[in-house]
Design a protein. Structure first.
Length: 48
């Protein structure tokens, strides 16, 4: 689907690997922040 959009926009298909690489890094960062937040809340409520 993304290749079709890139072709219609006139962008090279090689940009797809760049987009996927950046998206993976951002996804890992979001996951790390989510886990850290969940752990902090769990620690806080276990102290109460």
């Amino acid at each position: 689907m993304l290749t079709i959009v890139l072709q219609q926009a006139g962008l090279p298909i090689e940009g797809l690997s760049l987009i996927i690489g950046i998206a993976r890094l951002l996804d890992m960062l979001r996951s790390a922040i989510n886990v850290t937040g969940d752990a902090a809340v769990t620690c806080h409520y276990s102290q109460v």
